[in-house]
Design a protein around this ligand. Sequence first.
Ligand code: ZN
Length: 259
Amino acid sequence: MTQQLALKIDVDTYRGTREGVPRLVGTLQHHNAQATFFFSLGPDHTGRAIKRVFRPGFLGKVSRTSVLEHYGIKTLLYGTLLPAPDIGRKCAEIMRGVRDAGFETGIHCYDHIRWQDYVAGKGEAWTRREMQRAVDRYTEIFGEAPHAHAAAGWQTNRHALRLTQRMGFDYSSDTRGTHPFIPTWQAEIIACPQLPTTLPTLDELMNRDGITLDNIAQHILQLTATPSASGRTRDTLLEEPLAIRLGEPTTLAKSLVMA
Ligand SMILES: [Zn+2]
């Protein structure tokens, strides 16, 4: 039995959209692989993440992953010393090109830093405004409504979950976990399935336990060598597992089969 994976690509920054996305598209095409791209559609305020320097764990991440090397100095100043570039305005052509090349596209966020840092503590009005901005911008760029959402930093709240249903997304990928599921929040069922991220990110693995740039791909492949065990995993959100059928490296939408 061949094992199949859905690849999820969260695009966070202006530079990542402008330089990283076209390269990834080329690499994926070269290997005949499919993937889903989730875009940050508004301002790149990455520089404001400097506040995270005061949080536990951040300095460890910086020293392990060389944030400067991977993000570049300009990206680290956007929203502080340099004005924040509007990714959706400047990179609309690139984003449409991804869709036109046959890849699935969806919403990552309007403003990554603002969503990731604040959504957990915000109310209905703030959450709706942020999500509506992303939906409007996506629709403006692609000429069609978005059908998928993947929350920045895997951060969400009950209002955002409700909106994934109300805004008519086919699915959302806002969480990390092991199985697709239908979220419930204090007994309220949200009729929009969640497809969680199941693997660690590269920056979480890099320079830990002997993992380097040379062997990181091999390590990731090992993590997917055996199919994940079936059965339920308890989680504050997780209730109803869905059947998932995975193909060759594919899009999230194609991997979703409602049981
Ligand atoms: Zn992100």
